[in-house]
Ligand binder design. Sequence first.
Ligand SMILES: [Zn+2]
Length: 281
Amino acid sequence: MACLQARSRQCKRVLSRTNSTPAGLVLRHNAGMSTARTTLLQSLDDLLQPERFKDYGPNGLQVEGKPQIARLVSGVTASRALIEAAIAQNADAILVHHGLFWRGQDGRITGWMKERLRLLLAHDINLLAYHLPLDAHPELGNNARLGQLLGWTCDAHFGEQALGCVATVDYDNAQSLAQHIEQVLGRSATLVQPDARPVRRVAWCSGGAQSYFEAAIAAGADAFVTGEISEPQTHLAREMGVAFIAAGHHATERYGVAAVAAQMAAQHGIEHLFIDIDNPA
Ligand SMILES: [Zn+2]
């Protein structure tokens, strides 16, 4: 366990979260080693195979920084808070699930975008982002890690690009399922429970996958777990008799990026620090 500046408030938060979380938030410390950016990117591409996905933004290197990487920070979203925390930790690269660039943006570098880019460029920090490939990786991805944390074994897939997972489980009802999730993720969940029947098959997909609900129902789920809920899902849950649980977009997507970055740190002998920028959404 390493904390690069043990007395900083940021670091204490990281450490306390790491200690209280069963898995996923892993810190590695390999002082003095570094790897080429191109080598790290090749390893990430080999592991996550972005070419297999049709995604909403570019996977891989989004902002080019220094050519050599000794210290990698991981986090869910390339927010200004994460970039500032990475700067405080002297990071050479940041690996995120939610990068800066998405399809449909108008491309202007103003306001919040200017500020995030200014910080990255001023400190010569590489921004590496993997979106759907990081959801989908069968061992280190968001859905795999969430399933592991909750004790679920994915035995079938559903939804867009087969990202969603289904597992056989044994809960008395959707409420006890929701309580288990709340306990493991350390936050409250939104539950729409149409009836009190047992949950034998659970379907899940991290983040903002509420639109996969019908595919989850078609896959035979008694309950569907994702990060967010929108208005129509309440009615679908009630009318189809399938429970819907929204456990937080951020909370369900903390684990994949930390696991992938830890794997990269181990493989290349570099330092890694996962920084959790709290987000109630
Ligand atoms: Zn997401």
